[in-house]
Write a protein that binds this ligand. Structure first.
Ligand code: GLC
Length: 576
């Protein structure tokens, strides 16, 4: 036998040691703990407003296809598409009349197949919205259901026969009277709709309905989609005896609507029937009322869902402002409750909110870019899967709607009507909606400085944002310091560092009312993130020795190195 050269052994050991420390994270993160959907950055596209290809003023699938290279250039891993199914668009696609076909305005099934292929060719996954707490009243199921009391589809929805008197009050989020029971003279009965009158609630207590939904999900999973977002699903199960709720319950309606009855049984069944058979991820809108509720949805050993998104954080921003202390407390509490088990989404905006920078940052010209970058830094350095809303990478702002006629959203329009009927001060109501209406987050993507921001050659379905001539992708592409290029750097940073995905989170300088500082740490790799949430300089005492810290990324050309942060400054350091 040939003697082994001790020098070779020595170098081999060193090389192995080097590999070991490089792959350290992989060593301690067991393969079963690591999941693509935990490591992914998910980019949300509101298809109606992304890119119009045929000049009808409405975004469409061909439009998205034409922008796939842009989407890829962001470095993101997956796209969540808001609903694209056939719909009369009472609630922009959240009222589905056929779950197996594409909304006429958005294109055809061929377009969908091309879109999915175009994404997969680029290594991007697709997450579909599944809206099954309710359907459209124009769905065939509902047409049948309402046609007679003995129709086989009657039990696909919730009906209350009028001879039993008026049903116990149920609050509707979108109804013009906030009344969730709509009387239908055809069969002398009321049907239930937690959202608009054109969104009747499906009866999940009916096993036939549940099977129909699983078949629909399989139809899309067979096409190769990579995940499902379950819209409003926390409300799906109901106590169908419809007990009387205490007066005023509507102020806290989720306590009465969320996680009722057999919801978890239905999710386990859905998991058995659908999720377990495909390589798909699942995320629920809403996480119930307690951490226990949230864990019951997402803990892996329960075989229900992969993750949920909770609203406590995103709901903090109010027209009168919000407390940074509270913001830190909420996000830290959610993080610590999921530190050992379970997984969450992290986000500050989506299609149900006004724009992130207008709500949580400062959209004045001087601070729009730094505050938007600072908020993006927060999202991309926290634990949980980031859900990042289209246009936030440009620092797009609220819509600048001046008149009631500028709004399009059913929730906003019905609220105007409701407030008018009760004699409210409409100037005040308008002012509030200018800040918080969902339409603010639904204005066309600002591609360039040409007419309609390059979104459409026709008349856009909703006004284009007021600042598209300066805030647009074409201009930001050219500027190395733009929000867009900063976002790309953030995505890369997260993708390159598992510590930012899985690492322990520690809040520092907890009582500082202006700044948010924390570390993320995994296997000896430690990042310090310092964020100034205010438009004035602020100091932060992290107790860490910054002299040895290396600046990895910051939203100012000269990042702070002494704990004194400039207005809305964000800095990410690596701590040796
Ligand atoms: C969810 C959606 C929202 C929709 C509602 C009814 O909250 O995110 O956009 O209006 O459900 O489907």
């Amino acid at each position: 036998m040939k003697a082994v050269n001790p020098l070779v052994v020595f170098f081999l050991l060193i090389a192995l040691g080097a590999c070991k420390s490089e792959n350290n994270t992989q060593d301690t993160m067991s393969a079963s703990d690591r999941k693509w959907w935990k490591e992914a950055v998910i980019y949300q596209i509101y298809p109606r407003s992304f890119q119009d290809s045929d000049g009808d003023g409405v975004g469409d699938l061909k439009g998205i296809i034409s922008r796939l290279d842009y989407i890829k250039s962001l470095g993101i891993d997956a796209v969540w598409l808001n609903p694209i199914y056939a719909s009369p668009n009472d609630d922009n696609g959240y009222d589905i009349s056929d779950y197996r076909s594409i909304m006429a305005e958005f294109g055809t099934m061929q377009d969908f197949d091309a879109l999915l292929k175009g994404m997969h060719d680029r290594g991007i996954k697709l997450v579909m919205d599944v809206v099954v707490n309710h359907s459209s009243d124009e769905h065939e199921w509902f047409k049948q259901s309402r046609s007679s009391r003995t129709n086989p589809y009657r039990d696909y929805y919730h009906w209350w026969p009028a001879e039993q008197g008026t049903p116990p009050y149920r609050y509707s989020l979108f109804d013009v009277n906030h009344d969730a029971w709509k009387y239908d003279s055809l069969t002398d009965a009321y049907y239930l709709h937690y959202f608009s009158r054109k969104q009747p609630d499906l009866n999940w207590e009916n096993p036939k309905l549940r099977q129909e939904v699983y078949d629909i999900m399989k139809f899309w999973a067979d096409k190769g989609v990579d995940g499902f977002r379950l819209d409003a699903f926390q409300f799906a199960a109901k106590d169908t005896t419809f007990p009387v709720f205490p007066k005023g319950y509507e102020k806290n309606f989720t306590q009465y609507y969320a996680m009722q009855g057999n919801l978890h049984e239905y999710l386990k069944e859905m998991n058995r029937e659908v999720f377990s058979k495909y390589d798909v991820m699942s995320v629920a809108e809403g996480a119930g009322n307690t951490f226990e509720d949230a864990h019951n949805l997402v803990d892996a050993d329960r075989n229900e869902l992969n993750m949920a998104y909770a609203f406590e954080g995103v709901d903090l921003a109010k027209p009168e402002g919000y407390s940074v202390l509270k913001f830190k407390e909420v996000f830290s509490r959610w993080d610590s409750s999921f530190a050992e088990k379970g997984w969450l989404a992290i986000f500050l905006a989506n299609h149900d909110q006004a724009r992130m920078v207008s709500r949580f940052g400062n959209d004045s010209p001087a601070f729009r870019a730094p505050s938007s970058k600072m908020l993006s830094t927060f999202i991309m350095t926290m634990r949980g899967t980031p859900y990042y809303y289209y246009g936030d990478e440009l620092g797009m702002t609220n819509g600048g709607f001046e008149r009631i006629e500028d709004f399009r959203d059913i929730q906003t329009l019905n609220e105007f009507e409701y407030q008018k009927n009760r004699g409210a001060d409409m100037a005040e109501v308008l002012e509030r909606k200018q800040f918080e209406s969902r339409d603010n987050g639904r204005t066309p993507f600002q591609w360039d400085a040409t007419k309609n921001a390059g979104f459409t050659k026709g008349t856009p379905w909703i006004k284009v944002g007021p600042n598209y001539q300066t805030v647009n992708a074409a201009a930001e592409e050219k500027d190395p310091n733009s929000c867009l290029n900063y976002f790309r750097a953030l995505v890369k940073l997260r993708k390159d560092n598992l510590a930012l995905v899985y690492g322990d989170y520690t809040l520092l300088d907890k009582d500082n009312p202006d700044t948010y500082s924390y570390t993320r740490e995994l296997d000896g790799k430690k990042f310090l993130i310092m964020l100034n949430f205010k438009g004035t300089p602020a100091g932060t005492q992290t107790g860490l020795d910054l002299s040895k810290a290396k600046v990895i990324l910051g939203n100012y050309p000269q990042p702070s190195t002494d704990g004194r942060l400039k207005p809305y400054e964000a800095v990410v350091y690596e701590i040796p």
